[in-house]
Design a binder for this molecule. Structure first.
Ligand SMILES: C[S@@+](CC[C@H](N)C(=O)[O-])C[C@H]1O[C@@H](n2cnc3c(N)ncnc32)[C@H](O)[C@@H]1O
Length: 233
């Protein structure tokens, strides 16, 4: 598991070029992945939402757009410049004081009461948790009894096609583009390494169950480059 202090420093150093590199490295698929995450949480008219590991705020924006009945949306990240970037985007799109707010908070020690939220989303965040078990338990704690979690995460390349094409892609392109466009070869080298060493979908489902979630489900997106996990509290 990565060390939280290293993760914090690393993400703090790539905020400016983060969105551009997301679009380029995912070949434009990242917006679709986030939309699918939002769609999966459009059940039972949620009122209170938490977007954890919000980064520059794209999932929060997508939730606000597709869930007009939300009364409160908290976007949280433990990297201050990420929170500032997300706040800027949310303000630009929704200049009137509205339902959204930012929290600079560690996912492993959330500053929210037990059973606060109807939905929690986490896009590409759990792979970076220093302690995945604890992070999932915190999500379960802040969700209401019938609440729902949606997690987007990369999975290690499996199957012939992904092993042949995607594995070499991962080794080469993230560190190269990270170096050229963001001066951050290390951060994007970490991206490649952490994808390849992260849990397989079956182990993620087991981890969700262990954290107390019901009916965990994994949906393969883009040939299994990314998985969308959903579960009920
Ligand atoms: C790969 S980015 C994903 C950002 C955003 N969700 C997206 O879809 O683009 C991972 C984010 O998780 C945040 N993060 C990682 N570990 C965290 C933790 N323990 N608590 C809060 N945020 C964390 C990082 O600061 C970073 O902004």
């Amino acid at each position: 598991m990565p060390r939280a202090a290293d993760i914090n420093r690393m993400f703090g150093g790539i905020v400016e070029r983060y969105d551009l590199l997301n679009r380029l490295l995912s070949l434009g698929r990242d917006s679709y992945w986030r939309r699918e995450l939002t769609r999966a949480l459009q059940v039972d008219e949620p009122r209170q939402a938490l977007d954890l590991c919000c980064g520059t705020g794209d999932v929060a924006l997508s939730l606000l757009k597709s869930l007009p009945g939300l009364e409160r949306l908290v976007a949280a990240d433990f990297v201050l410049p990420m929170c500032a970037a997300a706040a800027g985007k949310l303000r630009a799109r929704y200049p009137e004081p509205g339902v959204s707010s930012l929290a600079c908070a560690d996912a492993l020690r959330l500053p929210f009461g037990t059973e606060t939220f109807d939905i929690v989303s986490v896009a590409f965040g759990v792979r970076n948790f220093e302690n995945l078990e604890r992070g999932l338990a915190e999500i379960a704690r802040v969700l209401k009894a019938d609440g729902r979690v949606g997690i987007l995460e990369f999975a290690p390349p499996e199957g012939r096609l992904l092993r042949l094409v995607y594995r070499p892609y991962l080794r080469l392109f993230p560190p190269l583009l990270g170096k050229l466009l963001a001066g951050a070869e290390g951060a994007y080298g970490y991206l490649s390494a952490s994808i390849q060493s992260f849990l397989r979908p079956s182990s993620m489902l087991a981890a969700l169950e262990k954290a107390g979630f019901h009916d965990p489900h994994a949906r393969k997106l883009t040939l299994g480059v990314t998985y969308l996990y959903t579960a009920s509290r």
